[in-house]
Ligand binder design. Structure first.
Ligand SMILES: Nc1nc2c([nH]c(=O)n2[C@@H]2O[C@H](COP(=O)(O)OP(=O)(O)OP(=O)(O)O)[C@@H](O)[C@H]2O)c(=O)[nH]1
Ligand SMILES: [Mg+2]
Length: 319
């Protein structure tokens, strides 16, 4: 059975909602929801096919696309290869030209609708927000200062999570900081990831864990008891280890020059794209980048942007 090559569009608005459509009952995987798209015709590139399908099905013309992932899936009656691209800008107002119902859904809402089995990796990937905000250095034990900084955080409309990175704090103070961050940011929709030993993270109520490159390379297996585990990487070997351990994401740095690590040689975007292309893992670009770099990061294969300075208001500015 020949594999069907399909161009699939993850159409994202500026609040990170995704446009989905319901497939007509009589079609393959009928009645389920889908990301709009269709078969790549002979002689077409994937992006050309995607643009044609979105014109035919939704009356929109994509003006900005970026590669997101590729999925091979075997149904009992059909083998498909989904070439998934983000669509982050387009001309026109989407309409269901084939009479198909449409809906704009947040990542958390996708999981509640029936999708074809092949789409599950897309839905899992969209559950990771595009921004990962890392805490700035802070005087050890200064919980009041941390509370003020967390209050001042302007959460991007596309969604973000926070990595609590306080390497100078001892375990006891770190545990209190983690509990405080979860309490403060949880209600604002910002998930908090601990950058500490699994035991300290668990004791403070943390459910997501981040490993630095040294901890990653020392790990024999994925740490247990966390809904999400990721790692900092600076080389293809470290990325390969993160993938082999079954981690959920990686940070790859430094993409550009940074004030916090002035002696490290930046990777540049071309090497960044080359390295992340060797693994099947969502990778955040880190190093000298702020939220404005998101489209550039997407264009180079990244899942999103991680950073410190570009995400926090200047110190001393009004809350
Ligand atoms: N468009 C789309 N197709 C998907 C998704 N997930 C998935 O398994 N598929 C499968 O990919 C195949 C091709 O998609 P399609 O039916 O949209 O193809 P098309 O627009 O060219 O339609 P046509 O068959 O009416 O010519 C179908 O077997 C479909 O079940 C998805 O999210 N979007
Ligand atoms: Mg279609």
């Amino acid at each position: 059975m020949a594999r069907l090559h399909v161009a699939v569009g993850v159409i994202l608005d500026d609040r990170q909602r995704v446009l989905v459509a319901r497939r007509a009952a009589h079609r393959h995987q009928g009645g389920r929801w889908e990301f709009p798209g269709g078969k790549v015709e002979p002689g077409e590139t994937v992006v050309q096919a995607l643009c044609r399908e979105l014109e035919e099905e939704l009356a929109i013309s994509p003006t900005r696309t970026s590669p997101m992932m590729r999925i091979e899936h075997d149904y009992p009656d059909r083998r498909v290869s989904l070439d998934v691209h983000r669509v982050s800008a387009w001309r026109g107002e989407p309409r269901g030209l084939e009479g198909q119902p449409l809906a704009w859904l947040r990542a958390t809402e996708l999981a509640r609708r029936p999708f074809p089995q092949a789409n599950l990796p897309i839905i899992r990937r969209l559950a990771l927000p595009p921004f990962l905000i890392i805490t700035e250095p802070l005087a050890p034990g200064d919980l009041a200062g941390l509370a003020r900084r967390l209050q001042s955080l302007a959460v991007p409309a596309r969604g973000a999570w926070l990595q609590l990175r306080l390497p100078d704090w001892d375990d006891r103070a770190y545990g209190r900081a983690l509990a405080l961050a979860i309490r403060t940011l949880g209600p604002r929709g910002v998930d908090v990831t601990a950058n500490r030993s699994p035991a300290v993270a668990r004791r403070a109520g943390g459910h997501a864990l981040h490993l630095n490159a040294r901890a990653l390379m020392a790990c024999e297996a994925r740490p247990e008891g966390f809904v999400r585990v990721g790692a900092s990487c600076h080389s293809p070997e470290e990325l390969a280890r993160a993938e082999a351990l079954g981690l959920d994401y990686a940070l790859l740095s430094p993409v550009a020059a940074t004030a916090s690590h002035p002696r490290q040689v930046p990777l540049g975007w071309e090497r960044f794209r080359d390295w992340l292309g060797r693994v099947d893992l969502p990778v955040y670009a880190l190093g000298g980048l702020g939220p404005e770099a998101l489209e550039l990061a997407w264009a180079h294969g990244a899942h999103g942007v991680a950073g410190i300075r570009g995400f926090w208001p200047p110190r001393g500015s009004p809350p």
